[in-house]
Design a binder for this molecule. Structure first.
Ligand code: ADP
Length: 411
């Protein structure tokens, strides 16, 4: 039977030799089926039944191509591929990943993942009729087969695993550096865009306020209604812009923190006062349980006020009319404990951590907001060396607990 195109190669002595394909799979059936198709087409077939043998055979035999299964015990195909592609001796051996449809493993898109690990091709085991054409693509043209110099000492499993771990560390370093770079660029972009929004927004807001106040002539009631909607929207956008600026500053490590003596009890009282119209309108009872004695700490008063505003405004926003909000402040050794407890809808256990993620909004359809208030509040608390967490019971309410170290005055 004539050999398939591309199934022969030139040995060092100029003789034509069969090209060698290494099949790596833990299923004997795959070895039998793929092996016989390849042998019939004129290829020489080598076999390895796990990742460890695959690596050792690749180094000792230098096959012309490797067909590599993914899910094998100990070392999987993706890891084998990464190792071979990272080594100068084996990086040019074409690797075709072979997978079966029903054994996808943890990877959502095995084809994409195969290429990301450095594989040259991808073949589904169900498409055995594509085996020879696929192999031919990578074996086209003559390549003088370079056998390794001298005797190749097989690597032990431990040696391979530690090589793999070094490789993954290296890869992680590259990935993390790149992610950091992208993150920095994204932060700069968000900061620029938010900054550019600020002035035009202030101008629009100013004009609307003047219009509303009758500065440009009498305003009818229906016109006032429309202006109010415009003002409300501009204010909302303004809040979003400020939140995004704050967050990009925090993430870039550029948020400047003052170090002043802050009386947290005073902060809480003035925030509660500033919400009195809203809490009054909702007929809410606001209880301030402030422990006697000094409740001061060293930090940034404006930023700490922002934390209290974000938590208190959420409590007001998410608590229904005629219910209550309680704020407690006490001293615990060298820190101040603040609790803001509401009697609102509560937060389901599976969402307790999620709500601190950027743009996460569980009540999005019902209440206005940006989904940035909590992440900013938690970051500011962290910048003060403190911690924030939430306890909640659905149907009963939520309690946000903030622990802030008293800190020391700047030298
Ligand atoms: P938002 O601007 O949407 O209020 P936040 O970051 O402050 O953004 O809050 C994120 C989400 O957490 C809210 O959309 C809401 O689903 C939930 N949440 C925050 N505070 C409370 C609370 N006191 N009670 C119930 N859910 C809350």
């Amino acid at each position: 039977m004539p050999c398939a195109e591309g199934s022969e190669t030139c040995g060092k002595n100029g003789m034509l030799m069969k090209k060698r394909v290494l099949i790596v799979d833990d299923s004997t059936l795959v070895h039998e089926i793929f092996g016989s198709i390849l042998t019939e087409a004129g290829f020489e077939v080598l076999h390895a039944e796990d990742g460890l043998k695959a690596i050792n055979t690749a180094f000792s035999e230098m096959p012309d191509l490797i067909l590599l299964d993914v899910w094998m015990p100990k070392i999987n195909g993706y890891q084998v591929c990464r190792l071979l592609k990272d080594h100068s001796a084996t990086k040019d051996i074409p690797v075709v990943i072979i997978t079966s449809q029903e054994k996808k493993g943890f990877v959502a898109d095995p084809r994409k993942w195969s290429f990301q690990t450095g594989a040259n091709g991808y073949l589904s085991k169900e498409e055995s009729e594509r085996l020879i054409p696929t192999v031919q693509i990578f074996l086209a043209g003559d390549r003088v087969r370079e056998k390794p110099h001298g005797y190749y000492e097989p690597m032990t499993e431990n040696e391979i695993l530690s090589a793999l771990s070094r490789l993954l560390d290296k890869q992680l370093y590259v990935d993390v550096t790149r992610l950091k770079e992208l993150d920095e660029r994204k932060n700069a972009f968000v900061a620029n865009v938010s900054h550019e929004f600020k002035s035009p927004l202030a101008i629009i807001q100013g004009f609307l306020e003047n219009l509303n106040d009758g500065f440009y002539g009498p305003v009818s009631d229906p016109q006032k209604e429309v202006i109010q909607i415009g003002l409300k929207t501009a204010k909302r956008l303004n809040r979003l812009v400020h939140d995004m600026l704050d967050l990009s500053q925090i993430e870039a490590g550029k948020m400047k923190m003052a170090n002043e003596k802050v009386d947290l009890a005073d902060v809480v009282k003035s925030v509660a006062e500033s919400f009195s119209v809203e809490t009054g309108r909702k007929k809410m009872a606001v209880h301030l349980e402030i422990e006697p004695g000094e409740l001061a700490l060293w930090g940034d008063k404006d930023r700490l006020t922002q934390v209290v505003i974000n938590l208190f405004s959420n409590a007001v926003k998410y608590t229904p009319e005629e219910k209550s909000i309680t704020v407690r402040i006490s001293r615990e050794a060298d820190r101040i404990r603040m609790e803001i407890e509401d009697t609102g809808p509560g937060i389901p256990p599976e969402n307790l951590e999620k709500i601190f993620d950027k743009f996460e909004r569980l009540e999005a359809e019902r209440q206005e907001g940006t989904g940035l208030g909590l992440p900013i509040a938690r970051d500011i608390v962290k910048l003060h060396g403190g911690r924030m967490r939430v306890e909640s019971e659905v149907g009963k309410g939520s309690k946000f607990i903030v622990l802030l170290p008293v800190g020391v005055a700047a030298a």
